[in-house]
Design a binder for this molecule. Structure first.
Ligand code: F6P
Length: 427
């Protein structure tokens, strides 16, 4: 059942996304973010970084001259790394993979023609994503944010590393042929991101998945300056939590109200850098939890708890006794199971996609006050967890989760606040 659902979502087509661009244009960052997003949506995705293959084959430390297109030995070594990474991309797609992201410079028409021929022969779709940026300040920030910490420059003096990297960029620039300039590339599908997404150009982009990718790239910032925190919390304890009932629209208990106050006090002690955007679901317990916060909040229905359909308002025990088949079907496959006339976790992921896009777009801190299943799924996205594990992620009540997205992936801090509750067996 899940298998069918997920295959349907890629419409049976496998896709190669080939990055294009000079070094330090944020290609790897975009590739990693896309992989996380597509994986979260249920399309098994992996990034194949040619730099990694090159380092494994010839060692990390190479002088800038290694990257000179006139250097035959260097070019042969780089071609070998590129070939091997493309072989692995295709092998991944021949197996369980749905999307392979081929993360290389791919700056020449010859290199792209080879990728196009190879993927066409295997029946894979191909989209090039080119990152173009001529703004020296942006490039400089990029070099500092990523290259200084790269294995290529371990133990190298900062100025020396930056100088060397700039020479490398210049050498690549000599052979750079932007995608689609000239008739030979008219048949290719490509997305051009100019100045990290300030301008976006599309060519021959059709189909469901390429459309989603464009939608994501238009909204998510390709810049590394993703430094604003995202706070996730479930609502305070509700009357239904206390009675061990799922769903419903119950108000907070006295302890739940104490959590709402503790949350506001926490932000009083540790204010985020800049007034945050606060989002709640449309349910009473979520709105009541956000009420003591000193900022106004926006209600999103998409943040409502998983719809338990005909089981709404029951305890897990009642479901087990009165609907044993439903109970065991959910126990066997909590991710794919859909409550009769309700939702599954797969459905919740789909409905949260616009929320993720909006979270990506926000430049200020965001506080999300929602529910067990919803917070699990949002947390799973930021922490790069496979969608299938989301239903079992531990997201206790009365705990604020502070996420700090960064180039290397998000880090988290958990703040237990307000009254301690017993083991949160019933969410
Ligand atoms: O019990 C609280 C709750 O938010 C329910 O409303 C919801 O059905 C449940 O948690 C989701 O958790 P699980 O998927 O583990 O049943």
């Amino acid at each position: 059942m899940i298998q069918r659902l997920r295959r349907d979502r890629v419409f049976g087509r496998k896709l190669v996304i080939a990055m294009v661009g000079l070094p330090a244009r944020g290609k790897s960052y975009i590739a990693q973010k896309l992989a996380r997003y597509l994986g979260w949506l249920g399309h098994p995705t992996r990034v194949f970084n040619v730099g990694g293959y090159r380092r494994a084959q010839v060692g990390a430390r190479q002088p800038a001259s290694f990257f000179d297109p006139a250097n035959e030995e260097g070019s042969a070594a780089r071609d070998r790394a590129a070939r091997e990474a493309l072989d692995d991309t295709c092998a991944f797609l021949a197996g369980a993979g749905a999307v392979g992201i081929y993360d290389a410079t791919n700056t020449t028409r010859a290199r792209r023609a080879n990728i196009a021929a190879r993927t066409a022969a295997l029946g894979y779709d191909l989209v090039f994503v080119e990152s173009i940026c001529d703004d020296p300040a942006l490039i400089d920030r990029n070099v500092r944010a990523t290259k200084l910490g790269s294995p290529d420059y371990v133990g190298v003096d900062e100025d020396e590393a930056i100088g060397d990297f700039r020479s490398r960029i210049e050498l690549y620039a000599r052979a750079y042929e932007p995608v689609g300039e000239g008739e030979t590339e008219d048949a290719l599908s490509f997305i051009k991101l100019i100045d990290l997404g300030r301008d976006v150009r599309l060519h021959r982009i059709t189909g469901h998945l390429p459309g989603r990718i464009v939608y994501y790239l238009l909204n998510s910032h390709a810049s590394h300056d993703d430094r604003r925190p995202i706070y996730l919390t479930r609502h305070g304890q509700s009357v239904y939590n206390l009675r061990e009932r799922i769903g419903g629209d119950a108000p907070l208990t006295v302890r739940g109200e104490a959590y709402a106050r503790a949350l506001a006090e926490h932000f009083g002690r540790a204010p985020p850098n800049g007034a945050p955007v606060v989002w709640t679901s449309s349910l009473t317990r979520s709105i009541e939890t956000a009420r003591p916060l000193p900022w106004s909040s926006v209600v999103w229905r998409a943040l409502d708890e998983i719809d338990a359909g005909i089981c709404d308002g029951m305890t897990y025990d009642e479901i087990r006794r009165s609907m044993p088949d439903e109970y065991s079907a959910r126990a066997a496959d909590k991710f794919g199971y859909r409550y009769p006339r309700g939702e599954s976790y797969v459905d919740v992921i789909e409905r949260l996609e616009p929320v993720i896009l909006e979270l990506e777009r926000q430049r200020s801190p965001v506080v999300v006050v929602a529910h067990n299943a919803v917070i699990r799924v949002l947390y799973g996205y930021f922490m790069d967890r496979a969608p299938e594990v989301c239903p079992s992620l531990d997201v206790p009540l009365h705990t604020l989760i502070e996420l700090q997205p960064s180039v290397a992936g998000a880090t988290e801090r958990r703040h237990p606040l307000g009254p301690m509750l017993e083991q949160d067996r019933y969410g």
